[in-house]
Design a protein around this ligand. Sequence first.
Ligand code: TRP
Length: 337
Amino acid sequence: MTSTRVLTGITTTGTPHLGNYVGAIRPAIAASQDESVQSYYFLADLHALIKASDPRRVQQSRLEIAATWLALGLDTDNAIFYRQSDIHETTELAWMISCVCAKGLMNRAHAYKAAVTDNEDTGSPDPDRGITMGLFSYPVLMAADILMFNANRVPVGRDQVQHIEMARDMAGRFNHIYKGNYFTLPEAVVDERVQTLSGLDGRKMSKSYDNTIPLFSSEKKLLKLIRKIKTNSLEPGEPKDPETCTLFQIYSAFANESEEQAMRSRYAEGIGWGDAKNAVFEHLNAQLEGPRDEYERLMQDPAHIESVLQKGAERARSEANTLLERLRPAVGLGRFV
Ligand code: TRP
């Protein structure tokens, strides 16, 4: 039986925060435990170069993200966990796909269009000012990531759905032009139940708003940040509304139903914000302290992380090679003998 292949990439430009954990990492690790699924999770470090030109930041982020996933218990015997840049076949495939991908399709990519609109809004005489070929062909590289492993399902945020549709388009064109069933058409999976978390200021938790709580902050820092979460001016003793409360939302993302219910009652009873924040801290910290210790340990042992990723790369490359050995002759780049 061939299992469903689930694949997703994590762009390595930042430090994982609670929002990443709840929205992407936790569901991905849970999904990888499903025996009927083969998961491919990779550090999208080639994509990181599009957004970040500081090598230290990219390098540090790759290490932090790898350590985070491992500390949280990703089973790398089961899931194939690798760095995109280790799969050299991906850039070769990206070129082949580029050659069947209509430029007009890329012109319609949201991220590219937004950059052009920005230029127009600021009155720049060049609509493509500051836009690199990396940004422009971002969806081609992403299609190569996905099509390389014939992924069926690609869990992504809503902003990435268009890229999966573009990957389907490119797969279809390639199959058509070279008259073969080389690529599976992938499907985007946007899980409605997966929560987006609010950040310190109540807007969506995101690096670009600078309102995040890093997943593995020290205990002290975690407490400090939780105390900073914006609340209203209701006094202790006054009933509070959990539905509109960022603090409560963050708590619930880490609580089971009965814990959530109990906190609801405390809100109704008028718990003071100081006490509520302490309770949320205690609750999160209890869940995070084990993985945090493991994370600290792993960050001190990059050789171990490197070996895990090498193992993943080996598994991934063996599949990638098999595919490319079919594709090269298909496009006319096979050996002579
Ligand atoms: N572009 C994705 C993001 O920013 C990351 C990514 C790169 C990806 N390649 C992928 C996601 C392939 C899914 C499949 O979130």
